[in-house]
Design a protein around this ligand. Structure first.
Ligand code: NAP
Ligand code: MN
Length: 266
C-alpha cells in the first residue's frame, strides 16, 4: 500500500468480536498503519463483519470516493463485499505489504426525494407499502410514462445488490462491470385494469427512473436504503439514477465477482 496509511476500523455490532478486531488493529500497526478513531481521518476504511457491516461502514462514512474500503469477513466466507477473512493472516499481511493493489469500483445509486434530499445505495433502494394495502405509483423511464404499478412495492438494485434482495425476487445477477440498475417488482397486481411489465428490467446508467406516488392512494410507503430504513412521509416523487460516485474496494487476486457468486450460491 502507498502513503495513505490512516486506517479506520468499522466493526459489526454482533457480540464477541472485539478481541479479533483488537488483533487486526495490532497487525495493522505492526505494518506501519495508523489506526484512527474517526472515519473522516482515514484513507482506508476496514469493515469487520459481514456484508451488512460493509454496507453500514460505507453508509456511515458517507460513500467516500477518496478512500479505499476493505471488507474483512469474520464469521463465514460467503460474503459479496468481503475479500478477506479475519483468520487468514497471510492474505492480510500480503495486502498490507503490497505497493500496488487491485481495486474494484462498484456503481452506486443516487436517490432524490421530492427534488431535494439525496441519498446513496450500494445494494438497493426499496419501496414498499407499510400498511396491509397495495401502493400505487406511476413509473417513468426518463420522460416516458412506462407503467402504472399497483402492488407491494419495488426494488431498484445495483449490480452488486443483484445478489441480495433482488435475487430473492427472481431478478438476474448482474456483472458489476456494467454500470446499470435493475428494477424488480414486489407482488404486482395484474388484471384488465392494472398492467405492469411483470419481469425485472435493467436500465442503462444514463437513464433516470421516476416513481410518482398516485394522489389519494396509500401514501404510507416505507423505503429502504440498503439495510437502513428511510423515514420520510408524504412523498410525491422519487428519482433514481446511477451516481457518478464509485465505491473502491480492495480486491484479492483471482476473486472476481463471479468467483464470489459461484462460491456463495453454487
Ligand atoms: P440481514 O437481513 O441481516 O441479512 C441479509 C442477508 O443478505 C445476509 O446474509 C447478508 O450478509 C446478505 N447480503 C447483504 N448484501 C448482500 C449482497 N450484496 N449479496 C449477497 N448477500 C448479501 O441484512 P444485512 O446483512 O444488513 O443486509 C442488508 C440487505 O439484505 C439489503 O440490502 C437487502 O439486499 C437484503 N434483504 C434481503 C431480503 C430478501 O432476500 N428477502 C429482504 C430484505 C433485505 P451478512 O449476513 O454477511 O451481513
Ligand atoms: Mn447481516
Amino acid at each position: 500500500m502507498d502513503q495513505r496509511r490512516n486506517v479506520y476500523f468499522y466493526e459489526t455490532r454482533r457480540k464477541n468480536v472485539s478481541e479479533k478486531v483488537t488483533e487486526l488493529k495490532k497487525l495493522a500497526e505492526r505494518y506501519d498503519f495508523t489506526v484512527v478513531d474517526r472515519s473522516d481521518q482515514a484513507n482506508i476504511i476496514v469493515s469487520v463483519g459481514g456484508d451488512g457491516t460493509f454496507l453500514q461502514a460505507v453508509r456511515k462514512s458517507g460513500f467516500r470516493e477518496d478512500c479505499l474500503y476493505v471488507g474483512i469477513s469474520i464469521f463465514n466466507d460467503l460474503n459479496m463485499y468481503c475479500d478477506f477473512h479475519a483468520s487468514d493472516t497471510e492474505s492480510l499481511i500480503e495486502l498490507m505489504s503490497k505497493a500496488e493493489l487491485e481495486v474494484r469500483r462498484y456503481p452506486v445509486l443516487q436517490i432524490s426525494v421530492d427534488q431535494n434530499a439525496v441519498f446513496h445505495c450500494l445494494n438497493e433502494f426499496s419501496i414498499k407499502s407499510s400498511i396491509i394495502k397495495t401502493m400505487e405509483m406511476d413509473v417513468y423511464i426518463d420522460d416516458l410514462h412506462f407503467e402504472m404499478f399497483r402492488g407491494d412495492g419495488m426494488i431498484i438494485a445495483t449490480p452488486t445488490g443483484s445478489t441480495a434482495y433482488n435475487k430473492s425476487v427472481n431478478g438476474a445477477v448482474v456483472d458489476p462491470l456494467l454500470p446499470c440498475m435493475q428494477v424488480s417488482e414486489l407482488a404486482s397486481l395484474n388484471n384488465k385494469r392494472y398492467r405492469t411489465l411483470g419481469s425485472s428490467f435493467i436500465l442503462s446508467g444514463d437513464r433516470t427512473l421516476t416513481l410518482k406516488m398516485l394522489k389519494g392512494s396509500n401514501n404510507y410507503p416505507i423505503m429502504g436504503l440498503d439495510n437502513e430504513a428511510m423515514s420520510i412521509q408524504h412523498i410525491e416523487e422519487i428519482k433514481i439514477s446511477l451516481s457518478e460516485k464509485r465505491i473502491k474496494t480492495v480486491k484479492l487476486k483471482d476473486n472476481s465477482f463471479w468467483h464470489k457468486v459461484k462460491r456463495s450460491f453454487l
